[in-house]
Design a protein around this ligand. Structure first.
Ligand SMILES: Nc1ncnc2c1ncn2[C@@H]1O[C@H](COP(=O)(O)OP(=O)(O)O)[C@@H](O)[C@H]1O
Ligand SMILES: [Mg+2]
Length: 249
């Protein structure tokens, strides 16, 4: 069953085409990684899929109940503690204080934030802790679909891995579906069920590849070999390491 379907979606900013003829589906329980070089339209596509931008052409069909979006920067309120930031995810739920606190603690535990961290303000937390807080804030409202827009790009390698593991575990434990945007193919191979590749200029999805084994059951060697295999043997991935944004104008 599709929980997200983009049919012939296109968009333009100030008359310049950014996305064209995008066909994309996400099945229930599936985490799809969307990869493509910088500037090819990944964020625009995610924002359209999440309804944050109105698209110019095509159709978006959402079959999920509730979604959450995780951005590259955590977007926390600087004046609120981690706990209160997470609780902001529940403001529209009108819950009793004790139930609210219970839910905040449960999601904090899921992303490995301890009680001590919960009382800190964003400026007192490390980059990784801030991103955990943002994920907890997204999870507290119990979404069944998650959009991730390069959430771990700014983190160092060890921390990135830890955060990827949290995503892998959470998707499996909570039965979530999602779209995970990244320009890092190893990250895509590590966490996703399937990888879709956006054309260099956002003119269509040029490939869809199922990654062998379940996320979480892939070891480092397998991730490395699979990513290398895509890059060296699969022409659809050839443009992934292009990074000259000037050529996009
Ligand atoms: N609000 C905007 N107004 C005008 N151009 C934009 C806007 N947002 C993005 N773009 C342009 O659209 C293209 C795709 O951007 P984006 O979706 O952010 O790419 P990616 O996430 O793949 O790096 C880029 O050329 C970018 O400069
Ligand atoms: Mg982007």
């Amino acid at each position: 069953m599709n929980v997200l379907k983009l049919a012939d979606v296109g968009h333009a900013f100030l008359g310049r085409t950014v996305l064209d003829t995008i066909q994309l589906t996400v099945e229930a329980g599936e985490l799809v990684a969307l990869v493509g070089p910088s500037g090819c339209g990944k964020s625009t596509l995610a924002h359209i899929a999440a309804g944050l931008i109105e698209h110019r052409h095509g159709h978006v069909v959402r079959g999920y109940r509730r979604h959450a979006v995780i951005f590259q920067e955590p977007r926390l309120m600087p004046w609120a503690t981690a706990s209160d930031n997470i609780g902001l995810g529940l403001v529209r739920h009108h819950l009793k204080g004790s139930i609210r606190r219970q839910k905040v603690r449960a999601v904090a535990e899921r992303v490995s934030l301890d009680l001590h961290d919960l009382e800190k303000f964003p400026s007192q937390l490390s980059g990784g802790m801030r991103q955990r807080t943002a994920i907890a804030r997204a999870l507290v409202a119990e979404p069944d679909f998650m959009f991730f827009d390069e959430p771990f790009t700014a983190l160092d390698v060890a921390l990135k891995r830890r955060m990827q593991d949290i995503v892998i575990d959470t998707v499996a434990a909570c039965g979530l579906s999602g779209l995970f945007i990244t320009h890092d193919l190893s990250e895509a191979v590590r966490i996703a069920h399937r990888i879709v590749v956006l054309d260099r200029h956002g003119r269509g999805i040029v490939a869809s590849r199922t990654v062998p084994f379940a996320p979480g059951a892939r070891d480092d060697r397998m991730v490395f070999d699979t990513a290398q295999g895509f890059l060296t043997e699969d022409r659809a991935f050839a443009h992934l390491n292009d990074c000259d944004e000037r050529s996009l104008a």
